[in-house]
Design a binder for this molecule. Structure first.
Ligand code: UDP
Length: 326
């Protein structure tokens, strides 16, 4: 069957995919520079420390392992940072992905799963967003992901063997049910872990970035999807590529929107803590509401998320938060 290469497998989503692949009997190798990932999140398969900017090292990896398919998670993913430092994003998310694809071509590896994002859609023209919604990113992070999506389309149409699945994630959240692994960003910028920091006293409060949006309570709306459900979709996508001769672009979300204020309220219920919040200005690059339709993934991949409500998602995040901060 060959190895599944997980580039960025020491990160939040990649490590959950590695766990899922292992439990289904796949052999994996993780390639990661540990710039944001964690060595101890790689508990399955082989680990190779390395960076996509180094094509020579990448080639050694492809020489050493019989790689059958590649999942690519190694990207920077902070909207705010991408507005402040776009070059960092274009270099890593775009240029380094070109390196990876070029080495794949050289070694005749043709199955590729790409971590894309709902940020490629920009401000929604309608909700829920389906895959045919126009893609007009409003921040450099979304731009870099869209450029790679376009590159993959071109590769697939020009190189007949090459096929891919671009998975457009909405907001990944939660931790593995057994809390073996979970979310651990440094610095943390994501809403749910920051709210839990405020619950546990690690931070004194949670800042709400804007309550003057055109939404029900004025705060931004997002669609939260459990990381293990995301992981399962990757495995189904790999299986799709193994049995079909075509590429796919699929949303992965729950089709339900929760405002920032909703998230804080649910976290208060889950943790039983007060959680102080403060309204501050909008964060540059934020869309008012991002809610996705994942009907296509459900039909084509037969994917069915297990966590369809926010509360059980936050419950796993809270269990992990407590373990991480013991
Ligand atoms: N957010 C917030 N306070 C924070 C962090 C995030 O109000 O300290 C908001 C953010 O503006 C967005 C939502 O929470 O509307 C989700 O942000 P996150 O960074 O978790 O994910 P993103 O949607 O940027 O991928």
């Amino acid at each position: 069957m060959g190895r599944v290469l997980i580039v960025g497998g020491a990160g939040y989503i990649g490590s959950h995919v590695n766990k899922g692949l292992f439990s289904r009997g796949y052999d994996t190798v993780v390639f990661d520079n540990l710039s944001t990932g964690h060595r101890d999140a790689v508990k399955w398969g082989d680990f190779v420390l390395g960076c996509l900017s180094d094509e020579v090292q990448l080639e050694l990896l492809f020489k050493e392992y019989d790689i059958s398919s590649v999942l690519h998670f190694a990207a920077f993913a902070y909207v705010g940072e991408s507005v402040e430092d776009p070059e960092k994003y274009y270099r890593n998310n775009v240029a380094n992905t070109v390196n990876l694809l070029s080495v794949m071509r050289k070694y005749n590896v043709n199955n590729f799963i790409f971590s894309s994002t709902c940020a490629t859609y920009g401000d929604p023209e309608y909700i829920p967003i389906d895959e045919s919604h126009p893609q007009n990113p409003i921040n450099p992070y979304g731009q870099t992901k869209l450029i790679v999506e376009k590159m993959l389309e071109d590769f697939a149409s020009s190189y007949s063997e090459f096929k891919y699945v671009s998975l457009r994630y909405f907001n990944a959240a939660g931790a593995a049910a057994d809390v073996e692994i979970g979310e651990n960003h440094n610095p943390e910028t994501h809403l749910i872990p920051l709210v839990l920091d405020a619950a546990s006293g690690k931070r004194d409060k949670i800042l709400v970035f804007g309550d003057d949006y055109d939404t029900e309570d004025g705060s931004c709306i997002r669609d939260y999807i459990h990381v293990s459900d995301l992981a399962n979709a990757h495995i189904l996508a790999l299986e799709f590529l193994a049995h079909n001769n075509r590429s796919l672009k699929l949303n992965l979300g729950n089709g339900k929107g929760y405002s920032v204020k909703n998230v804080i309220d649910v976290a208060r219920i889950v943790t039983g803590k007060e959680i102080v919040s403060e309204i501050v200005g909008r964060r540059p690059g934020d869309s008012p509401a991002l809610v996705g339709s994942a009907e296509k993934a459900k039909q084509v991949l037969r994917w069915e998320p297990e966590y369809t409500e926010l509360q059980p998602i936050i419950e796993t995040a809270w269990k992990w938060h407590q373990k991480l901060n013991l």
